[in-house]
Design a binder for this molecule. Sequence first.
Ligand SMILES: [Mg+2]
Length: 305
Amino acid sequence: LRKDVRLGVGDDCALLEVPDGQELAVSLDTLVAGVHFFADMDPEALGHRALAVNLSDLAAMGAEPAWASLALTLPQADPVWLAAFAGGFCALAAQNDLQLIGGDTTRGPLTITVQVQGLVPSGRAMRRSAARPGDLIYVTGTLGDASLALKYLAEGSPPAPDSDILRRLERPAPRLAEGRALRACAHAAIDVSDGLIADLGHILDASGVGAELRLGRLPLSEPVRAYVQASGDWALPLCGGDDYELCITVPDYQQGTLGILSKNFECGLHLIGRCTEKPGLLCALPSGEPWTPARSGYDHFADGP
Ligand SMILES: [Mg+2]
């Protein structure tokens, strides 16, 4: 139990102590069965995932997790399901010294809402609006694994239960330690929840810059690399979502510091492009040819060189 929780579950409100010199970072996410996850998903994995997607937002700001509240809407009270869900949720909370300080349960279609609160030194959080022309763009881990697992599930040919791509979909690992370390030298940051193109697009919009990406530099796992090579479907790793990696922009002169920092990152850190003064997003295939998504609805793309 955390010392900064003056009053936890049981009264009308929890009472929390925010240390001097720290800001409160607050984020909320709702997961709806049939929209964000399959209703028959393993409840233990679901408990993990519901918290992990929120922690990923804290990671993106460089914040340290402290507290969480949980609102559960359930079709029926199933003690076995609930125990498994709580097990997944609480295991990840304990790993991150995070305390559950409140909650609510109601009856209805399966819906999970989690709010997390974290702490970050005042004025030091990484914002989407801080990218500058010339910044280098990096991403942690690998992209497209969860999307590939989801694609196979939707096609009725589920990946092996112990496969890495299924683990990435069901048990995302929020990049908390990486986010806190990157705070030292990154300009802008975001977590990749809706796909790299969409989320990098939020940085570009908020910062008023453009970007050039080299797709040959995208960090891809073996299964995703093989899939993209066979299908040419670059939209899967670029637009798929559920990666929960961090995308950051870093000024050129911090490259050395970043190299030292990222040596401790188990997930790795990969240079994928650069911010430009000219607005819009240009993606270059390994061949050098430009790439634009076949599907419409991505409004971040430049009209062309
Ligand atoms: Mg986010």
